[in-house]
Design a protein around this ligand. Sequence first.
Ligand SMILES: NC(=O)c1ccc[n+]([C@@H]2O[C@H](COP(=O)([O-])OP(=O)(O)OC[C@H]3O[C@@H](n4cnc5c(N)ncnc54)[C@H](O)[C@@H]3O)[C@@H](O)[C@H]2O)c1
Length: 357
Amino acid sequence: MRPRSSRCGPTAVIPATRHREGVINPTRIGIIGVGRMGRAHLAACADSDSVRFTALADSSDRVRQELADEGYLWFENADELIAAHVVDAVIIATPTPTHQALSAKALSAGLPVLCEKPCGPTAAGLRGLGVAARTSGSPLRVGYWRRFVPELTELHDEIRRGQLGTLLSLETGQWDEQPPSAGYQQLCGTIFADMAVHDLDQIQWLAGEQITSVRAVVRTGEPDQPPAAGLLVLALDSGLISAASFGRWFPGGDACWLRVHGTAGYRELRFLWPPGSEQQMCAAVRSQDEAFAALVQGNPDPRLATAADAEAALAAAEAATAAAAESGTAVWPEPPSAVRAAPNHTHVDRRPLGAAL
Ligand SMILES: NC(=O)c1ccc[n+]([C@@H]2O[C@H](COP(=O)([O-])OP(=O)(O)OC[C@H]3O[C@@H](n4cnc5c(N)ncnc54)[C@H](O)[C@@H]3O)[C@@H](O)[C@H]2O)c1
């Protein structure tokens, strides 16, 4: 899902006078990395009563100049923002390779962190970061905003109440309107770690189980070009089977859908669909950020993805990357050496699907 913040609404910070007596004090949040996703957070919470983005940091002169007149306190880098003690928490929306080091810095300074997905670059690093968060005493959550799409929240609760009976099969689809830049794709990981990771989190969250087995293929493009689409076939702890279809082209707007079969029920959702997908994403990002603000104020929302949740999603994405490469399908960019050397980690193995079932 590619945020296009201009369609989400205005990005200006809310004037202090907007907050009436009796209205909850907004949580002051800083954003580190104010590119597409950072601006999606700004736009989504522009009129929130509980979230106030007060301070921003971005290493790009161009980005700082573009938003120079919007009334934010600006910093040239994360260290300066963290050291300034002007915010209650931070959102990290820098490129994936920087997520873990920046999150660790903020946590060690006592700041709660909401890091963008996948909180990469590696599942092993994320496990260490989770330990660091627990040691610091500050919460770390990861930006899997689909958990705040109302239809998915409702489906999650229906499944927990047993209304669908025993789950048999869960299928997801995620198709972006168009690919991000090649530079972004080179930096932010394979199509599994950057894109399918949304589905991998969603599947494990909805089912309340972990993925145990992954088969993966990608649709290759031109030589040296990133894959344009992929398919995953998954097995989970209970034997539940799942499939994810995802790709970089869906003319008209981003789209996400889901089908779930249980012994007592069936649900089919198009929970993100053009022409309203931008607004649907904005609403979910806003709910997520407001839940993070509530967590900072001491009121946790169990929908917020934890470091362990994100580690499980990223570990499955790494297994998918390794499985696709092993099956002879080109993966681009080259997976990190840790993934190539040790694909059988965490709760995911790469036995043939039949063996896992
Ligand atoms: N949750 C979602 O649906 C979603 C969607 C898109 C992107 N993302 C995630 O958000 C992250 C950023 O993606 P994007 O598309 O916004 O990228 P982007 O390139 O548009 O923005 C990144 C910004 O971070 C800045 N930056 C880079 N290194 C920095 C540093 N060390 N300190 C401060 N600023 C720094 C860059 O100048 C840039 O402005 C990625 O990890 C991506 O996976 C999440």
